[in-house]
Design a protein around this ligand. Structure first.
Ligand code: NAI
Ligand code: MG
Length: 505
């Protein structure tokens, strides 16, 4: 069926074949109602192409394929080392195809090409390779209860896992979820975000090429409220893993209750970055700039609240503004010098602009930016000038709510106690950063700040969420952990086996 792929030429001249169907049972199929999702280039607002959108009936088909694959000895009884080989092969196919995959990420998402290639794609292949190594290291335990019993545990896969991912790191989020799920022997129905439907479909072809049996990984595009909701409430799905907004996470949690699904949620954040007056100012400024301004601020762990000790507050603001002016070059994401591309969609762009209005009307001081950026190409595209608000009060929406843009609030604090109070004054708890030379204070505060991850004297997305290290939130930033050895916990059950060796009735 010709309508299941299209030949495309990206803005950087790269030609490739873009699948447009649903990837079910290692085959490309059309959506059952003929509904489509339009992929938009956020740099110039042009339409790239359309892809099929999954309906609940299509989710049913994908779940059926995933269940059959889970029960098929080809996968179920595959030696774990062999499963690891397939995953390693997939990681290497990603390396071989990284330029085309990075091109699509930049075209569809708007992130700078050098970042997509050197950070996102390195993370995708690295994460798959890391978990490939775990496939034959998921062990049970023998538990000694005395000579009358042999008791042991088996780490079993959960079954069919639904995985719902966002658009800010389209392939990165896929790898974070596929790696541990596959290492543990699960099968998968993944739904990509409707804002970035393209790269995952090219990646799907690599899954087949790597040699995974049909039905082990099924990949759908579809609308959240349709296909996403169908996954979250499907009786044939054993687990749902989600990354996205806290509001949607809450909905998913409710829907998942229909069959008491195992859940992992990774949701929003409003992460603090605290700078004490003894910190290396130059380093604190550079890291805090990257911490909020990279990936157009569209990072769940973006350090979007900067708290600066009062003695250095004014100097910090001046230095931060200088750093933004000299580093945050806004432009075409395919251009080498670009640091900041467009926001991913019109909706996100408008959301950021609306928070600029909120900040102004709440009486904060707009210290920099605060407007749409129209100096790229012919003035189209979802670009926002990097925006800095000062004199912000904790009661303001711009202090409390996740903006998800190149948008930061900078507040001052008097002492450690006030820093801690302000840092924890949030419903979120994903990440937090501390800049100080006092290691005692840094480690003491690291325990007191309510967050899943603490960074001391650094904050760089990519470097500071590392697939070898557990990642996740406390409070309303999520449930469960991804990545690292902890990521495996989210994809296995421990079955207990009791063998009677000497208690006779
Ligand atoms: P979202 O949370 O609604 O979407 C994320 C994923 O969930 C997408 O695949 C979407 O199709 C799916 N989804 C949406 N509604 C669903 C439902 N009712 N049932 C099942 N699946 C559903 O986030 P959205 O609308 O893309 O962005 C809104 C805000 O969420 C952003 O401005 C940002 O604040 C936050 N966000 C946080 C992310 C993170 O990394 N933690 C990633 C993306 C967004
Ligand atoms: Mg797009």
């Amino acid at each position: 069926m010709s309508d299941l792929s299209i030949e495309l030429t990206a803005p950087n001249g790269r030609k490739y074949t873009q699948p447009t169907g649903l990837f079910i049972n290692n085959e490309w199929v059309a959506g059952s109602k003929g509904n489509k999702i339009t992929s938009i280039n956020p740099t110039d607002e042009s339409e790239i192409t359309q892809v099929h959108a999954a309906e609940p009936e299509d989710v049913d088909k994908a779940v059926e394929a995933a269940r059959a694959a889970f029960n098929n000895p080809t996968w179920r009884d595959m030696a774990p080392s062999e499963r690891g080989d397939l995953m390693y092969k997939l990681s290497q196919l990603v390396v071989q195809n990284k330029e085309v995959l990075a091109t699509i990420e930049t075209w569809d998402n708007g992130k700078p090409y050098s970042v997509a290639l050197n950070e996102d794609l390195a993370e995708v292949s690295g994460c798959l390779k890391y978990y490939a190594g775990y496939a034959d290291k998921v062990h049970g335990q023998v538990i000694d209860t005395g000579p009358a019993k042999l008791a042991y545990t088996i780490r079993e896969p959960l079954g069919v896992c639904g995985q719902i991912i966002p658009w800010n790191y389209p392939l990165g989020m896929a790898a974070w979820k596929l790696g541990p799920a596959l290492a543990c022997g699960n099968t998968i129905v993944m739904k990509a975000a409707e804002q970035t439907p393209l790269s995952i479909l090219v990646f799907a072809n690599l899954i087949k090429e790597a040699g995974f049996p049909p039905g082990v990984v099924n990949i759908l595009n579809g609308h959240g409220k349709v296909a996403g909701a169908a996954i979250a409430q499907h009786l044939g799905i054993d687990k749902v893993a989600f990354t996205g907004s806290t509001a949607t996470g809450r909905e998913i949690m409710k829907m998942a209750s229909v069959n008491l699904k195992n859940i992992t949620l990774e949701t929003g954040g409003k992460s603090p970055l605290i700078v004490f007056d003894d910190a290396d100012m130059d380093q604190a400024v550079k890291w805090s700039h990257i911490g909020i301004m990279s990936n157009m601020g569209q990072i769940c762990t973006a350090t979007s609240r900067i708290l600066v000790q009062e003695g250095i507050y004014d100097n910090f603001i001046e230095a931060f503004k200088k750093q933004v002016a000299s580093t945050s070059k806004v432009g075409d994401p395919f251009a080498e010098e670009t640091f900041q591309g467009p926001q991913v969609t019109k909706a996100q762009y408008e959301k950021v602009l609306s928070y600029i209005e909120a900040g102004k009307s709440e009486g904060a001081t707009l210290a920099m930016g605060g407007e749409a950026y129209k100096n790229v190409g012919e003035g189209k595209g979802f670009f926002v000038s990097p925006t800095v608000f000062t004199n912000v009060k904790p009661s303001m929406r711009i202090f409390r709510e996740e903006v998800f843009g190149p948008f930061v609030v900078i507040l001052s604090f008097k002492d450690e106690e006030e820093a801690l109070q302000k840092a924890n004054d949030t419903t979120y708890g994903l990440g937090a950063a501390i800049f100080t030379k006092d290691i005692v204070r840094a480690h003491k505060l690291a325990r007191k700040i309510e967050a899943g991850t603490l960074w001391i004297n650094s904050r760089k997305p990519g470097q500071d969420s590392d697939f070898r290290i557990p990642f996740g939130g406390v409070k309303q930033s999520g449930i469960g952990r991804e990545l690292g050895e902890a990521g495996l916990e989210a994809y296995t059950n421990k079955k207990a086996v009791h063998v009677n060796l000497g208690t006779w009735l």
